[in-house]
Write a protein that binds this ligand. Structure first.
Ligand SMILES: C[S@@+](CC[C@H](N)C(=O)[O-])C[C@H]1O[C@@H](n2cnc3c(N)ncnc32)[C@H](O)[C@@H]1O
Length: 232
């Protein structure tokens, strides 16, 4: 939960997530306001593909834990690329129900699991590769530190919206969020500086992150402790 709102994140995401996925990744046309927000869908699709490319060399034999997995859009692909197992967690039971329904009959389904959980309630994840896309924007600093802590015996890979105070794109994004739901709900995504992320890693006893940036992800970045050389 963010530090600034009384909105219940579970209700918020139950109301939003399925339509959000359809509009960002599916065939549904983006609304005018989304188009004005500047190619949000394009950059999110690129982020999804970039995550697969960067994760791919690290997958064989690895236990995967995805936090804020939505309906598990990456699960089957990552398993096909050699992961040993996939566990998805999301606060939204609607997202988890869709994931279970969609992936019940695919090959390797017996090594995939989806469960409803808020990250703050999760315990240690052992040696898993813990990853997330679009989750950190919605977490408090305490929750992010918790994510780094429960994964400290494994590896991590997380998408972050990087704070860029002078970015016009980010200003437009802030305005889009404010007028489409932030003003009404008080629940809005957060941007993080690398200094903040590294500070939260330090709280969890972990060294600073490696960072991956790409113009097509706009102000989206990946932070990771995976060896970048293996991804090239
Ligand atoms: C922006 S969506 C991203 C979904 C998916 N990872 C993707 O990139 O398509 C954020 C997801 O995080 C989940 N979420 C938000 N807060 C959460 C929390 N505290 N614990 C677990 N999941 C959470 C939401 O339900 C939603 O599915």
């Amino acid at each position: 939960m963010t530090e600034r709102t009384n909105v219940d994140p579970k209700s918020f995401w139950n109301a939003k997530i399925l339509g959000w996925e359809d509009s960002r990744y599916g065939a549904a046309a983006p609304t005018l306001v989304e188009r004005v927000a500047g190619g949000v869908s394009t950059s999110l699709r690129f982020r999804l593909e970039a995550a697969v490319t960067l994760l791919a060399p690290h997958l064989p034999g690895r236990r995967l834990v995805e936090l804020g997995c939505g309906s598990g859009l990456l699960a089957e692909r990552l398993m096909t690329l050699g992961a040993a197992s996939y566990q998805g967690f999301d606060i939204s039971d609607r997202a988890i129900a869709r994931a279970r329904q969609r992936l019940a009959a695919v090959p390797l389904a017996d090594r995939m699991a989806f469960d409803v959980a808020a990250v703050g309630d999760l315990g240690p994840q052992g040696d898993a590769l813990v990853f997330s896309l679009g989750l950190f924007d919605w977490l408090s600093s305490a929750d992010i530190a918790h994510v780094f802590s429960i994964g400290r015996h494994g590896r991590y890979f997380h998408a972050v919206a990087e704070l860029r105070r002078r970015s016009i794109e980010q200003l437009i994004h802030r305005a889009y969020v404010h007028f489409s739901y932030g003003r009404r709900t008080g629940y809005a995504p957060r941007y993080h500086s690398m200094a903040e992320i590294d500070g939260l890693l330090e709280q969890a006893g972990r060294p600073p992150a490696q960072v991956y940036r790409h113009a097509r992800m706009r102000f989206g970045i990946f932070v990771t402790d995976l060896d970048r050389a293996a991804s090239r």
